[in-house]
Write a protein that binds this ligand. Structure first.
Ligand code: NAD
Length: 343
């Protein structure tokens, strides 16, 4: 998986792990440093980007997803590495994890579109909280798991001005943020009882190809690619920290490779915020056409934050990561992509 067959002689038998001395044979070197990585939610928007990135890095990636929001064709692994399992099924999750015996577990599976979570709070709590308990219980029961990464969200922060650092007090506004804060606590308890390193990534607003939920940018993309030049959108003034999924995938890979030994939380954002109007202006620049905006009352949120900006200095200091895609480049890739398909 992800590595070519070694034709340089018999298997070198090097132990997996970073501590193995780098062999001179490049394929043996890759085999020595490559990890088996189980990614839950790997058929989704962010999961497909991070899976593809880790496969390209030479890791062996397996994906566990129930395909409720994700799509099989987005998961960049062959059938033998794809497990259609629901994380609400504790036994099924444990069996899939045991079969694969991963070194690293990256847990992204969740429901997260805030309007969907508001309409289905019990389902959101069951998948996000109980599902996380099942995934981490399975990781604890599987010999050889070296670390876990758990996806959280900027929605754990309260309404605030200015860039939010990881030490800012939490205070989610909605059921989604509440379930994700619970995931953080579950990851912390997992580390406390198992000693296995647990890294939490608080994702800010991701954008890029293959969106699965009708967030702002894919909604603009969908309307523009359908030929609309008068866009129907919700509130125009809130600002968000939009990070391209390629940059997010590199940040997650950098954290996985950072050798974190305890329980740690990292913001994953771009460190720049854009208003809805500014995002529309980026589309105008890339299209070379002007767009008008009509506020659709049905899309206006009752409780709205005006700012959500990441302080990413901890991520940068610990990994050397820097974002590469700016908003214009990202929008350009969206205009070249297919129209997004939402559930
Ligand atoms: P997504 O909906 O595309 O991905 C989630 C994946 O989980 C989907 O493939 C879905 O099929 C799968 N899934 C859902 N319920 C499941 C279940 N019960 N069992 C197994 N699989 C299940 O969303 P995404 O944007 O890729 O989000 C990935 C992670 O990032 C989530 O944990 C989300 O909370 C977090 N996050 C995303 C954003 C963002 O801007 N997209 C922001 C903050 C946090």
């Amino acid at each position: 998986m992800g590595l070519p067959a070694c034709t340089n002689g018999p298997p070198c038998g090097k132990a997996r792990g970073w501590s193995a001395p780098p062999p001179t044979c490049p394929i043996a070197y890759l085999r020595a440093v490559a990890k088996r990585i189980l990614i839950t939610g790997g058929a989704g928007f962010i999961g497909s980007a991070v899976s593809a990135y880790l496969v390209a890095q030479g890791h062996e990636v397996g994906i566990l997803d129930n395909l409720s929001f994700g799509r099989r064709e987005l998961a960049p692994v062959p059938d033998g590495r794809f497990m259609q399992v629901d994380i609400r099924d504790a036994a099924g999750t444990r069996a899939a994890m045991g079969d694969m015996s991963p070194h690293w577990v990256v847990h992204l599976a969740a429901v997260h579109f805030i309007p969907y979570c508001n309409q289905h709070p019990t389902e959101a709590a069951d998948i996000n909280i109980n599902g996380t308990i099942h995934v981490l219980d399975a990781a604890a029961a599987t010999p050889g798991v070296e670390q876990v990464f758990v996806a959280s969200t900027a929605a754990v922060y309260p309404i605030a001005e200015g860039a939010l650092g990881e030490s800012h007090p939490t205070g989610p506004l909605d059921i989604y943020g509440t379930t994700k804060l619970a995931c953080e606590r579950i990851a912390q308890a997992f580390h406390g009882t198992t000693g296995i390193p647990a890294v939490v990534g608080r994702f800010f607003n991701a954008f890029g190809p293959n969106e699965t939920n009708p967030h702002l940018i894919p909604e603009i993309q969908r309307q523009v690619l359908a030929g609309a030049r008068n866009l129907r959108l919700g509130n125009l003034d809130p600002k968000r920290d939009f990070i391209h999924t390629e940059d997010m995938a590199r940040a997650m890979a950098a954290l996985l490779e950072a050798g974190i030994t305890g329980y740690e939380v990292f913001n994953i954002g771009r460190g720049i915020e854009y208003s809805v109007r500014e995002v529309v202006e980026a589309f105008e620049r890339q299209l070379g056409e002007s767009l008008s905006i009509e506020v659709d009352p049905a899309r206006v949120r009752k409780v709205e934050r005006m700012h959500l900006l990441a302080d990413v200095s901890k991520l940068k200091a610990r990994t050397g990561w820097v974002p590469r895609r700016d908003i214009d480049e990202g929008v350009a890739t969206l205009l070249q992509s297919d129209r997004p398909v939402f559930r």
